[in-house]
Structures are given as C-alpha cells and as structure tokens.
Design a protein around this ligand. Structure first.
Ligand code: FES
Length: 199
C-alpha cells in the first residue's frame, strides 16, 4: 500500500454546513451513548464531499472533536482507507481499476489515456476538471475494463471511448453511465444467447 500523507497545503479551518451538521447529528444518534466514535466513517465521508472530494486536516480534526475522539485516532482512520482522498482532486475524479480482470481487458490502455489527458496519478488538470487514481477491483469485473468517476461507473471501455468520455466531462457535455459499448448492463455483447425461443 502506498504511503498516505496529508496534503502539504491545508485550509485554515473547516466547519460543516448547517445541513450537514443536522445530518451528522442524525448519524451520531444511531449509536449508543459512549459509542459515538462509530460514526466516524460517514462523518469523514460527508466532510470529504463538502470539501470538494478531499479531506483536509482541519476537517479530520473537526470530525474528531464532534465524536470526542483523540485526533490521532481520526487521522488513523482517514489515512488508512483509500476511499478518503488526502489531496485535492479534480471536479471529475477518476478511479481506474487496475486489478487482473480489468488489466487483462485493457486497463493499461486506459492508464495511458489518463497520462495523456490528465498527467500522472494525483495530478489535477490546470482547469481543475480532472484527476485520476489507480484503485483495486471495484466489483464490476464482468464489464471490464472500467472506471468510477465520482459516484458513477463507466464500463466496457476502450482507449477511444474513454478519451471521448474524459473530454465530454471536461467540457460539460452529457454522458451516459454504465457500459460504453452498447450492451445492456452485463448481458452478452450482441444480445441474449439463451432463452430466445417461445416459452
Ligand atoms: S477487476 Fe476491475 S472491476 Fe473487478
């Protein structure tokens, strides 16, 4: 696992928005008295969302204070899970699956597209639109190779369709999520191969 450090440039402070404070209170209330620390994952996740896709040190401290936890324990959680970004990300954050099924189906070609359009992992494009990271299996191997961009999956990619997708996102054009080769979900390419006759 790579070393995960806090970003060298940090904001002065972090505070949850009013809506998020209400939401956080509801999460904390789900746990019995004395077990509020159990809410750390959803609270860090919400702090990351509010922070534009990454977790700053003040945000981690803010969550620790809300849960009455030592800062070091909150830092341990934030630096352990790769779902938490410790550096700024692009408006469209690409998580590229490089695990075996995706690798066998062309993940390296997708990585080459990332390097061409975005640069190395962790780099944010000058317009702030794109960044990428290689991750482990995202559970959509049947549609390999695939990427997750923000909350959406884009599957059955080729270098060409992926490059077009990144350009569309960058320029604010509408994109379709899911398979990019026309197949329906994870059905066979070209349509059904069984149960085609009259029942
Ligand atoms: S190996 Fe890529 S989604 Fe599972």
């Amino acid at each position: 696992m790579s070393v995960r450090r806090l970003h060298e440039q940090q904001p002065e402070a972090f505070a949850f928005s009013e809506d998020n404070l209400v939401w956080a209170g509801e999460q904390i209330a789900k746990y019995p008295e004395g077990r509020q620390a159990s809410a750390i994952l959803p609270l860090l996740w919400q702090a990351q969302k509010q922070g534009g896709g990454w977790l700053s040190e003040p945000a981690i401290r803010c969550v620790a204070d809300m849960l009455d936890m030592p800062y070091i324990r909150a830092l341990e959680v934030a630096t352990f899970y790769s779902m938490f970004n410790l550096s700024p990300v692009g408006e469209h954050f690409v998580q590229l699956c490089g695990t075996t099924p995706c690798w066998l189906r062309g993940a390296d070609d997708l990585k080459a597209v990332c390097r061409k359009i975005i640069g190395e992992q962790g780099n944010v494009t000058e317009d702030g639109k794109l960044s990428w990271l290689e991750v482990e299996c995202l559970g959509a191997c049947v549609n390999a190779p695939m990427v997750q961009i923000n909350d959406d999956f884009f599957e059955d990619l080729t270098a060409d369709t992926f490059e077009r997708l990144l350009e569309d996102l960058r320029h604010g054009r509408e994109v379709a999520t899911g398979p990019q080769n026309g197949r329906q979900a994870s059905a066979p390419e070209g349509g059904p191969t069984v149960l085609k006759g009259n029942m």
